[in-house]
Design a protein around this ligand. Structure first.
Ligand code: PEP
Length: 248
């Protein structure tokens, strides 16, 4: 089944609002491609100016995080209705930096996935193993456990709209990319797991990205794999290279 490719940039904690608008302008012509969903997941303070700057282009806006309650005494947090009202369509959930640095666990990540869907946002759900788990050859069980927990109570219709990003932690920001075969092995495993947890039709529709030092040089090979439907890109999303990945 033909799944629409999705290339998302994860800007992380980079770009002031004025720098963000300048980057959108720099990338505007480079990321044009009607066959691909292009998403910029940007810092909360950049959402409003980026949403304005991408109007009339093929770029969709994503957030990097949110909290599961609509409003109230949650100092420093941002809610799903706030994101929706600002024009956000996608939200990254469960990135390894949020898991490792900010202590987010699978219970919260599962709540976030359900809340995002209930609020009309599309989650980009991240999973991935550490180098230690890769070396111990227990990475497959780890990924299966993460996905199973994170999707607890999520319906098949929702999973059909979900984006899953396989991001081996040892490849994030390190310049070390998983080989196309390593990435395909896990993305295929995730699709099989979705078929087991739901059904084959759902597994055929869910979009699975690879993330981890994807760049203009390695994107085409990674994206040629059967189970890799796109990329979640950190470092290279801040450069003209991002346009080459979109068009790889
Ligand atoms: C990421 O943080 O999601 C990521 C894939 O980063 P990088 O591309 O820099 O490895």
């Amino acid at each position: 089944m033909a799944r629409r490719r999705i290339i998302a940039g994860n800007w992380k904690m980079n770009k002031t609002p004025s720098e963000a608008v300048a980057l959108v302008a720099e990338l505007k012509d480079l990321v044009k491609n009607d066959a691909v969903d292009v998403v910029y997941c940007v810092p909360a303070i950049d959402i409003v100016p980026v949403a304005e700057a991408v109007k009339g282009t093929n770029v969709h806006v994503g957030a990097e995080n949110f909290y599961i309650v609509d409003n109230g005494a949650f100092t420093g947090e941002i809610s799903a209705p706030m994101l929706k009202d600002a024009g956000v369509e996608y939200v990254i959930i469960g990135h390894s930096e949020r898991r490792d640095i900010f202590g987010e666990n699978d219970i919260l990540i599962n709540q976030k996935v359900k809340k995002a869907f209930a609020s009309g946002l599309t989650p980009i759900l991240c999973c991935g193993e550490s180098l230690a788990l890769r070396k111990a050859d227990t990475y497959k069980e780890w990924i299966e456990r993460q996905i199973t927990w994170d999707l607890d109570g999520v319906t098949a219709d929702q999973v059909k709209k979900l984006v899953i990003a396989y991001e081996p932690i040892w490849a994030i920001g390190t310049g070390e990319t998983a080989t196309a075969d390593q990435a395909e092995e896990v993305c295929g495993l995730i699709r099989k797991l979705i078929a087991k947890l739901y059904d084959q039709a759902t597994a055929d529709e869910v979009r699975i990205q690879y993330g981890g030092s994807m760049n203009a040089g390695n994107a085409a090979e990674l994206l040629s794999k059967e189970n890799i439907d796109g990329g979640l890109i950190g470092g290279a999303s801040l450069k003209p290279d991002f346009g080459k990945i979109v068009n790889a």
